[in-house]
Write a protein that binds this ligand. Structure first.
Ligand SMILES: [Zn+2]
Ligand SMILES: [Zn+2]
Length: 250
């Protein structure tokens, strides 16, 4: 299977990543990718982006260095209600919204409350996918999470960096991939690059998808058409939720 879009990359805007948007685009091009998502950390993480970063992503062109550019965020799940750290009016206009657990924003609450937090995020109209759900530092009920993602039309990520930096991720990621296959839940593959050379690095993800016998049709970023269709549908859903919410508050 060929992964043609990297759905998870960080630029210098994340505060602890080391490449510019143009560097990331060149990295994507060098790997032969067709596109990448810029998914800098949400403002809830200390030393990272200000909300203005996400508000101003609209000035960037749809193609950079010859590859398709998608605006995005790796938002932080802040509580068990699944709250994330960016305002709906900005979330409504991004291409791809991921949310995930990061210790500095949400300490491990134990399996039941972690599961509740992820499922609440999946239920919310703002979140399109969960980043590194296989992280063993945040135990969750994998079966319930995969079923919830499938039910809400959301995706779960298999993250290539997890195999190096989130020790013990392999068992969970393999189980997630197998459950996604069984239950029919979309998968996205992200490198989680914090340096341009890692954009499109999917060695471990590819091996795992093969082991889980994941069909290409289930992997959103194995085709530009499939990924663009998902992005368009989720963007429309977020925009509709924002319009509905502003009417309620008006
Ligand atoms: Zn992360
Ligand atoms: Zn990340």
């Amino acid at each position: 299977m060929n992964i043609v879009i990297d759905s998870h990359t960080h630029s210098v805007a994340s505060g602890h990543a080391f490449s510019t948007v143009d560097d990331l685009a060149r990295g994507a091009s060098k790997r032969g990718l067709k596109g990448f998502v810029l998914s800098d950390h949400g403002p809830g993480m200390p030393g990272t982006t200000h909300p203005y970063h996400f508000g101003n992503l609209r000035i960037l062109p749809p193609s950079i260095q010859g590859v398709r550019f998608f605006s995005g965020i790796e938002a932080n799940i802040m509580d068990t209600a699944g709250t994330i750290d960016l305002e709906p009016y900005i979330l409504a206009r991004l291409d791809f919204v991921m949310a995930g657990f990061h210790e500095i924003c949400f300490a491990d609450h134990g399996r039941e409350e972690n599961t509740q937090a992820v499922i609440s995020a999946l239920k919310s109209p703002w979140v399109d996918a969960i980043s590194h759900p296989g992280n063993p530092a945040f135990p969750i009920d994998l079966e319930r999470v995969v079923a919830a993602a499938r039910d809400h039309g959301k995706a779960l990520e298999i993250n290539d960096s997890s195999f190096r930096i989130r020790k013990g991720s392999h068992t969970n990621c393999l189980q997630i991939a197998k459950l996604c296959v069984t239950l029919g839940c979309p998968i996205v593959c992200g490198s989680d690059a914090h340096y341009w050379e890692d954009v499109g690095r999917f060695d471990e993800v590819q091996a795992l998808l093969e082991e889980a016998q994941a069909p290409e049709a289930l992997v959103l970023n194995s085709s530009m058409e499939r990924f663009e269709a998902f992005v368009a549908a989720r963007r429309a859903a977020r925009h509709a939720a924002y319009v509905a919410e502003s009417h309620v508050h008006a």
